[in-house]
Design a protein around this ligand. Structure first.
Ligand code: CAA
Length: 382
């Protein structure tokens, strides 16, 4: 049975910061960000936005054109969850008015967990082919000011509907998986920003690329030449280039950079969106000008700590009729540009605690985080 991504949509934040502004304010050569990291700008959440509002917005766009009554499970993947107990997906379930007969759960393993959710969804549909599963990947990548990660921040959500006989891509059976216990990037429960061993994180990512590829190649009769386009996890887009080069060296085959180019266009503008990053890459690839019908895509998913997966997907005939690049363009182009000083003020004003407070009304998106009452996070659907 063919199972995969039937529909896909995205959301991001109200604000955007151009990295040229950050470079000027910090006295850094702008080329370091544009070329060295491969980033142009990043999405910045308003005080009334978070992973729930972005995830619900992306999912609403899907549900407005699909039948919500077929959804049997909501899997919300994030590494910047808003509660230690209650799944962010339960808030989304409520905001979207989904039926009660739905299983809802949150997945976590750094940036990788979106792929765990996607594969779980595929496995569910393999057993219950009439069901559809809503997978939401949503994150706010927020690093300490003046840290190496500060220019690699960002935020966004990608929602995917997983179904039998999908309109967009079929996820092929047998992927390559990899786990190694590495302390390259972690965020303890009492910290709103991660701790990062920058150099180690690059090495851990590249080790995982090779480990996951080798496992895939051992389990399937598959060569890199069988893959038409590659999408690698993009903490910053230059990292995908490094992964691609490393893979080519490892397999001893020249892999041109044009094989990954299209997948980086959205991430250059959104910044890191952790669990959503790979799927913004997939969206960008599908939204490109090239006709990909019948072509195989290779997707590499990485989460620090570290867990990774290399899997493949085959693009379906007629897929272009089911794409909505206009919502991505609208999400990216409608963001309000802020100055470096405004960005820093927002960053410093971040409230991580659960004390009572109200947020100012900024976002014009369909869902708002309105604040905390009696330690309960409050949301509004417009
Ligand atoms: N013009 C052009 N390029 C320049 C330049 C200039 N003027 N100045 C520097 N560069 C280049 C450097 O040569 C370097 O490129 P290469 O790596 O290809 O040599 C690049 O810009 C970055 O320069 P530095 O290494 O000096 O940058 P840094 O030390 O300030 O920080 C970083 C880099 C460690 C990645 C930092 O951004 C960071 O900590 N990021 C967060 C962690 C991260 O994203 N790790 C990636 C793997 S982990 C993962 O993937 C999970 C996840 O999502 C977080």
């Amino acid at each position: 049975m063919n199972i995969g991504i039937h529909d896909l949509d995205v959301a991001t934040t109200h604000y955007v910061l151009k990295l040229d502004s950050m470079a000027e304010a910090l006295g850094v050569d702008p080329a370091k960000y544009q070329l060295g990291l491969g980033q142009d700008e990043f999405s910045v959440p308003a005080p009334d936005e978070d992973v729930v509002t972005m995830g619900a917005h992306a999912a609403k766009r899907l549900l407005d054109r699909n039948d919500p009554s077929k959804i049997r499970m909501v899997l919300f993947a994030t590494e910047t969850g808003i509660d230690q107990s209650k799944a962010a997906g339960v808030f989304v379930h409520g905001l979207l008015g989904l039926p009660t007969a739905v299983r809802t759960v949150e997945f976590k393993q750094a940036c990788y967990s979106g792929t765990a959710a996607l594969q779980t969804a595929v496995n569910h549909v393999a057993r219950y082919p009439e069901d559809q599963v809503l997978v939401i990947t949503s994150d706010v990548a927020r690093y300490a000011v003046d840290s190496g990660g500060e220019p690699t921040q960002g935020a966004g959500a990608v929602a995917m509907l997983v179904a039998a006989d999908p309109n967009l891509v079929v996820i092929e059976p047998q992927s390559g998986v990899f786990t190694a216990d590495v302390n390259d990037f972690w965020r303890p429960n009492d910290s709103s920003t991660p701790f990062v061993e920058g150099k180690l994180s690059l090495d851990a990512y590249l080790d995982a690329t090779i480990g996951a590829w080798d496992d895939l190649a051992a389990r399937r009769d598959l060569n890199v030449s069988d893959i038409h386009r590659f999408m690698h996890h993009q903490p910053f887009t230059k990292m995908a280039r490094k992964a691609h080069t490393k893979l080519a060296e490892h397999v001893g085959v020249e892999l041109g950079s044009e094989l990954i180019e299209e997948s980086m266009t959205y991430n250059r503008r959104i910044g890191n969106s952790y669990t959503a990053s790979l799927y913004f890459g997939l969206a960008a690839q599908l939204h490109g000008n090239e006709d990909l019908a019948g072509k195989r895509l290779g997707l590499f998913s990485y989460g620090s700590g570290s867990v990774a997966e290399f899997f493949t997907a085959v693009v379906q005939p007629g897929y272009t009729e089911h794409l909505h690049p206009e919502t991505v363009a609208e999400s990216l182009d409608s963001r309000e540009e802020i100055t470096f000083e405004q960005y820093r003020d927002l960053h410093n004003a971040y409230v991580g605690e659960s004390e009572n407070y109200e947020t100012a009304t900024v976002t014009d998106a369909p869902f708002r985080f309105t604040g905390v009452t009696d330690r309960v996070r409050q949301y509004e659907a417009r």
